[in-house]
Design a binder for this molecule. Sequence first.
Ligand code: HEM
Ligand code: HEM
Length: 168
Amino acid sequence: MDSNNTLHSYLLKYLVLSALSFLIGTLHGMLQVMPPIRAWLDSIGSPYGGPGHMIDPLAHAHMNLVGGVVLLAMCVTFYLLPVFTGRAIYSMKLVKHTLLWVTVGVYSFYIIQIIFGIWEGQLLLESRDYSDIQHVYGMVMAVSGTTMAVGFCTFFANVLLSVVVKSK
Ligand code: HEM
Ligand code: HEM
């Protein structure tokens, strides 16, 4: 019963963060169809390439899909696993870690795409070179992407261990 309460308190956080991500992602979607913003995004290459590509679709798609859909899918998986296996989730610590890594990963991904999209977009419109900034972008994106990937790995490990190993 106690372990169920602990699990449910973590899963509530998954649900709230998923809902918040859908809120941010859909508000972003609504903003990017407004004519002045659309025209600005088009002028910096969106959606096919150039800095505009980072804002639409990359930032928008990942906030909705990873923040919204994936966190919800992970929440449902952790809720249903004990029902289907008849055993507790293998590691509660990993449930907590997955949420932390995926959330920090996807929110940093979103913020980086927005900041570099606007910054490089402005330089493009002023016909200035932004290759130095691209180098910094590559490094911060590698850290952010790896953070998300760690969250996906801890999720997979916990699901696999919950199915094949009895919890401690
Ligand atoms: C109010 C809600 C939303 C609006 C107004 C909206 C609007 C848009 C717009 C204008 C685009 C760009 C299309 C283009 O430039 O080619 C787009 C792309 C996209 N949206 Fe949304 N969106 C919304 C919600 C969502 C949600 C809830 C999801 C996912 C669960 C989603 C996933 C995507 C994806 C994956 C793309 C990129 C598609 C591609 O790769 O071409 N959107 N959205
Ligand atoms: C570790 C996790 C992830 C990382 C680091 C990551 C990173 C990226 C990057 C860098 C691109 C751009 C590729 C390009 O240059 O065009 C991309 C595209 C995309 N990713 Fe992810 N991604 C991750 C997970 C996911 C997941 C879980 C989903 C869906 C549930 C997803 C949906 C998409 C979509 C729809 C696009 C294409 C957007 C477009 O250009 O139309 N990603 N991703």
